[in-house]
Design a binder for this molecule. Structure first.
Ligand code: PMP
Length: 463
């Protein structure tokens, strides 16, 4: 059975470039910065795409389990997304409107609020941000610092919230954010060496103690920011009970709780928003990626009591991306109407099960974890001579697996503290057959990588 979608071929996507697709790749490596990332590990030139499938300029087709770093809830070029974008284009509506009200924006906000935890939605304000997740994170930090009059922030080991830092500073409007780093619970590499409920309990106690010890060196913070499932940090779901503890700890001390759902939102983890697993209602939610239906969009949603901002306290020229709002509203509605979060939960559990089966026969799989269709496979060196409780991570092996996956027409990314976690973020529209094909290709690549020679001792993160 075909697992790749037919991609439209009537019109060439781009004129034939000089030197063909190899010329494009060569020019990219000459012209683009040394900071480029995905382009290094995925030397392909996408020209067409549909659903799970990307077609390169060389005519090869790939199953895309990176999905724009978790952006494409409905895969590439889903018909409802294309229709929504065309609808705006055909309507003659202005494409650039700063932060003015428009019917498109109104419909997006209505649809978004309909999906949010009720308790928050009933009393929420929304700020449209510059269209990157990191800008919405900046907005959230600024918001809680304004509202509380405090400065420091609580964040967790392994967290990833974005890349900005200098722009505000250079504008003279910034006050450096002092972050206190707290232990994020993890079973496999538990910092307390116990894992499970006990490990999470110790992590929570550490946080509590730090806040209540007058000599801890941590003044009352402006907020706590947490990913309900750490993504870039290696696909580590926060235990539900621990999330509830964080809610209680922050509520009891008047500390706004910020959930960064940039990557976990819109059905990805098996509920529409990942906080729903624990029933926690945060004070602030940072949303981006999938809410724009593949186009750039980022917002921060928060309890109205926090809305202590002055006009212009957070701005940005591109806060009014009409195409993204239309594509986003269509995506949110499609995920809701078709219960794709539930689908992600069921299919994700099945995929985890199969990967766990694979782990039984491959000692280089140290851990398989995830939630919904946010899946991670941590690769390790099982033969390493170590006293540690678990074998050391194997980032070089992970790189080989990623490369072998690509050779087999499967796009995956790496993450985790050491770059040794193979990450699967397929679209929520993944069919059973496609899921099987993804796992078959992964298993094949893993077996080949195990046989291949690669340096055993690893030199740290790969990206
Ligand atoms: N928060 C989380 C949880 C993320 O995963 C990311 C991006 N991977 C960001 C924030 C930053 O988003 P962006 O890259 O759009 O700035």
């Amino acid at each position: 059975m075909a697992v790749t979608e037919p991609v439209p071929v009537e019109t060439p996507a781009v004129p034939e470039p000089r030197g063909g697709y190899e010329g494009i790749l060569r020019r990219q490596s000459l012209r683009e910065s040394a900071a480029r990332t995905y382009a290094r590990s995925l030397p392909i030139v996408p020209v067409r795409a549909r659903g799970l499938t990307i077609e390169g300029a060389d005519g090869r087709r790939y199953l895309d389990c990176l999905s724009g770093a978790g952006t494409l809830a409905l895969g590439h070029n889903h018909p409802v997304v294309l229709e929504a974008i065309k609808g705006v284009l055909d309507s003659g509506a202005p494409l650039h409107v700063l932060d003015l009200a428009t019917p498109v924006k109104d419909a997006f906000t209505t649809e978004l609020f309909a999906t949010l935890p009720r308790e928050l939605a009933d009393d929420a304000r929304i700020q449209f941000c510059g269209p990157a997740g990191t800008d919405a994170v900046e907005a959230a930090l600024k918001l809680v610092r304004t509202a509380t009059g405090r400065r420091g922030m609580l964040a967790f080991t392994g967290a990833y919230h974005g890349m900005t830092s200098g722009a505000l500073e250079a504008s003279g409007g910034a006050h450096d954010v002092r972050v206190t780093r707290l232990p994020f619970p993890q079973d496999y590499r538990c910092p307390f060496g116990v894992g499970g409920e006990r490990g999470a309990e110790l992590a929570a106690r550490w946080t509590e103690n730090l806040l209540d010890d007058p000599k801890s060196g941590t003044p009352a913070p402006a907020g706590m920011i947490v990913e309900p499932v750490q993504g870039e940090g290696g696909v580590i779901p926060a235990p539900d009970a621990w999330m509830r503890r964080m809610r209680t700890i922050t509520r009891d001390r008047d500390i706004p709780l910020i959930a960064d759902e940039v990557q976990t939102g819109v059905g990805r983890t098996g509920t529409f928003w990942a906080v729903e697993h624990s029933g926690v209602v945060p004070d602030v939610m940072v949303l981006s990626k999938a809410i724009g239906g593949s186009l750039p969009l980022a917002v921060v949603v928060y309890r109205s009591a926090l809305d202590a901002w002055q006009p212009g306290a957070h701005a940005g020229t591109f806060r009014g991306n009409q195409l993204a709002m239309a594509a986003g509203a269509a995506t949110l509605a499609f995920v809701r109407e078709n219960r794709l979060a539930e689908r992600a939960a069921t299919l994700g559990a099945r995929m985890l099960g199969r990967l766990q089966g694979l782990a039984a026969n491959h000692p280089c799989i140290g851990d398989v974890r995830g939630r919904g269709l946010m899946i991670g496979v941590e690769l390790v060196d099982p033969d390493a001579d170590t006293d540690a409780l678990v074998p050391p991570p194997a980032p070089r092996l992970a790189e080989t697996v990623r490369r072998y996956c690509l050779d087999r027409g499967l796009i995956v990314e790496l993450g985790g503290r050491h770059g040794a976690v193979v990450r699967l973020l397929p679209p929520l529209t993944l069919t059973d057959e496609q899921a099987m094909a993804v796992l078959d290709r992964f298993a094949d690549a893993l077996a080949a990588a195990e046989r291949a020679p690669h340096p055993r001792t690893d030199a740290g993160p790969s990206h």
